[in-house]
Design a protein around this ligand. Sequence first.
Ligand SMILES: Nc1nc2c(ncn2[C@@H]2O[C@H](COP(=O)(O)OP(=O)(O)OP(=O)(O)O)[C@@H](O)[C@H]2O)c(=O)[nH]1
Ligand SMILES: [Zn+2]
Length: 347
Amino acid sequence: MSWLTDDDDEAYSEYDESSARVRPNPKGSKPRTKHRPDHADAVPGHVFTVDRGRYGVWVGEGTADERQVTATKARDLGRSPEGRISVVPGDWVDLVGDTSGDEGSLARIVRIHPRSSLLRRSADDTDAVERIIVANADQMLIVVAAANPEPRPRLVDRYLVAAYDAGIHPILCVTKTDLADPSDFLANFAGLDLTIVTSRSDAVPLDELRALLDGHTTVAVGHSGVGKSTLVNALVPEANRATGRVNDVTGRGRHTSSSTVSYRLGSGWIVDTPGVRSFGLGHVDPANILGAFGDLAQIAKNCPRGCTHLPDSPDCAIIEAVDEGVLGESGRLRLDSFQRLISTLGS
Ligand SMILES: Nc1nc2c(ncn2[C@@H]2O[C@H](COP(=O)(O)OP(=O)(O)OP(=O)(O)O)[C@@H](O)[C@H]2O)c(=O)[nH]1
Ligand SMILES: [Zn+2]
């Protein structure tokens, strides 16, 4: 299956929205950017936030010249045969114009460096139009509360699918463990390839989280009100993300943080996304979803060719294994998750 291979550009080519192509193996080939206007004086930078056509870019990171530059997108960057090109947090870009970072100065982004990953979502499952959330992330921190709001395994499944589809390693962080014991909820994810951390605001496991995040670009996702901002603020005090109160009646948080921002964390980055309420997967190839269910994928090797693994599939090895109790009750739940997701995508 192509999603498993590191060096398979073809698997990604249909998703290319731009001349800045996804290059799954960062150490592989040369940059493939087709449009190469000769901006010999361009300087590289790292996009940390985007706000209404203005891009916040770190330039000269780690040097005495380190500065934050505000930039726009050059017009020729916007004209690509494949369609509109978006620049997103996490992108490495080349800048021309006034790159001083002085008050009121404005630079222009003329190139996007090849991306090692792209995390996308569509508005809903039937919508193939996708939005890119972040580029170059290699980890996803899925934040979910043990209670208030109640954890939803299905939502986590969806994040997992998006992560695996993008080749990003998921970490599940359960917050508010002072309010409820997350064991039953976590049983849903037994056997999956993901790292699990538990947290409570009066005892955030900072050392554990920092060790997991250091050296990585980690995109933090989670439903509004789960305590993601609280977590980001604990990890990156200067982030100063707005934290909101969860409505006691509905369990829903207010939309308190609105733009995606990338913060430095040790030698890595944490990218905080605004309360993503919907996580449509209209752009995902159903064949890739099995990747989020490692134990099922293993068993699926014994399925008949072309097996959809849906309830009516004849001789499906996964269904048989679950019926025989090989994967226990949690295996049944995961098969259920998996089937729900592929049938949602197929409709
Ligand atoms: N009891 C308890 N409350 C928490 C914990 N973490 C966060 N909260 C509270 O939960 C509410 C929501 O926290 P936020 O950090 O704003 O949640 P968020 O996920 O960033 O929400 P948005 O900003 O809306 O995206 C706040 O009132 C927090 O004080 C925790 O571990 N335990
Ligand atoms: Zn099958």
